[in-house]
Design a protein around this ligand. Sequence first.
Ligand code: HAM
Length: 426
Amino acid sequence: MRCRAPRGTRDLLPAEVLEHERLERAARDLLRTAGYREIRAPLFEETALFVRSIGESTDVVEKEMFTVEREGASYTFRPEGTAGVVRAYLEANLPKERPLQKFFYVGPMFRYEKPQKGRERQFDQIGIEALGSLDPLLDAEAIHLAASFFERVGLPGVEVRINSMGDGADRDAYRGRLREYFGARLGDLCETCRARFERNVFRLLDCKNERCRSIAAGAPSTLDSLSTENRRHFEAVRRGLEAVGRKAAVDPQVVRGLDYYTRTVFEVHLPSLGARSALCGGGRYDHLIEELGGPPLGAVGFAIGVTPTLLAIREQGLAPPPAPGEVDLFVAIAGEETREAAFALADRVRRSGVSADLDHEEKSLKGQLRLANRLGARFLLVLGPEEIGRGRGRLKDLSKGEETEVDLGDGAGIASRIRGTGPPPS
Ligand code: HAM
């Protein structure tokens, strides 16, 4: 029997893993400079956590959850990272220790979506959550970090779009205005929107149906209903962005598809990608910590889609940076009797943190040299009986063609010679 990867999932073969690693490294370096620390929550949680956080009448909860029932309990593979991070923060009693805590995470999320370009059923996100504060400068920080990430990975031309969803009384007023607007157009809306009209009219703003989208485009803007306090918050976010020189366009169409958002919401888009141009989404969620049983503390965060980002990098014609050579040193075996000696030499070099490999298929010397080439080896050392006898060999730098005599017993010496000539870290 021959099996295939499930629909909407993809194998990351080693070359693609390197691309993911590069993005992850860029994110880790960037986020650490702003005090975010990595957190790793489980890949699945109790279903109720997501229903409670993301909202019952969202696409994610209604249609896209991977749920498993076991012994009367219901678990769901995480469709996003925010809910789990808040749960972990509360479970470890962190608000007591120090309310403001900044986390980042990297890892797979699961949504039973219709697979299409850039949309998968298992996909990686890089996200941050700053929990425990209402400071608008944290909103600005999140937006600035998201945009800086795309600059760091060499993706120019991204657009930051921000909006405010309001909170409390102004959100209620806005709900009323939306009900009036959509109520007059119910007959033109899709079935899902009609069903959601009563339960959660906000979700009509992010329906993916073409016709509903054009109706939603004419809906009243949240910004016209903002209270003085929430307007002030929004202005403070904008001033924060200005202070760090980050451009962000105010766009009332940014409404997000998850229920927990309050006040600031934002997305980072690459307009050339068309309808599916969102590479990152996020915002403030000032009631979620309390909803999940914690103290009334504000929070803000975002998540970047790794797959859409990599697609964007490719579609922009930006070649990914050359992958580093897969192996630093190839030890070629010139004579069967030197096989174990080559194995031991590779081991001595590896112990000093330099990668080394050798033939395991009894290839001819010529075949081994071809293999070294295919592996992207930077250095070559041919080991024959003569070299073993002398205890010395010739280390060849394959890019320059230069050779140096080395002591075969001195793995650390060989490794440092190789390291000293290495490319700058990418
Ligand atoms: P989201 O907008 O649902 O937000 O997802 C964030 C990003 O993940 C999207 O902009 C997109 O790039 C990527 N993404 C979403 N679904 C898929 C998919 N099926 N395949 C590939 N990529 C996908 C959240 O998840 C929130 N938790 C973000 C957040 C954190 N808000 C506050 N804190």
